[in-house]
Design a protein around this ligand. Sequence first.
Ligand SMILES: [Zn+2]
Length: 130
Amino acid sequence: MLDSDNIFDTLRYKQMTEDTIAIASFHAHVYYDTETREAAAHVREELGTLFEVQLGRWRDELVGPHPKSMYQVAFSPNQFAEVVPWLMLHRQGLDVLVHPNTGDALADHAVHSLWLGEKLELNLEVLKTL
Ligand SMILES: [Zn+2]
């Protein structure tokens, strides 16, 4: 498991040399378990009603770097100011990872991300091999 310091060391040079990093889109990953699945369903339904977002399918099984069941919500940069504040107020106690998609999956998840609720420990090793 990589710790945060190592990630920053790895990425520092790249960060310093990139003047601008283009964000193609954002993902919000909404985490849930058996006890909070109903709340997650409610949030999902509202997201789909209120916003033109792409709702990924329910992933009960662990996938990618994600340490809990979750579904993905994809949206464009110009939707950020609507979708993220809405999630801040309506996430129903669920933990949510919001990350940009810049083409560097490791940096996007480990460095460029923000969390609503608890920050979960991602399995970053999975992303190092991409
Ligand atoms: Zn994602």
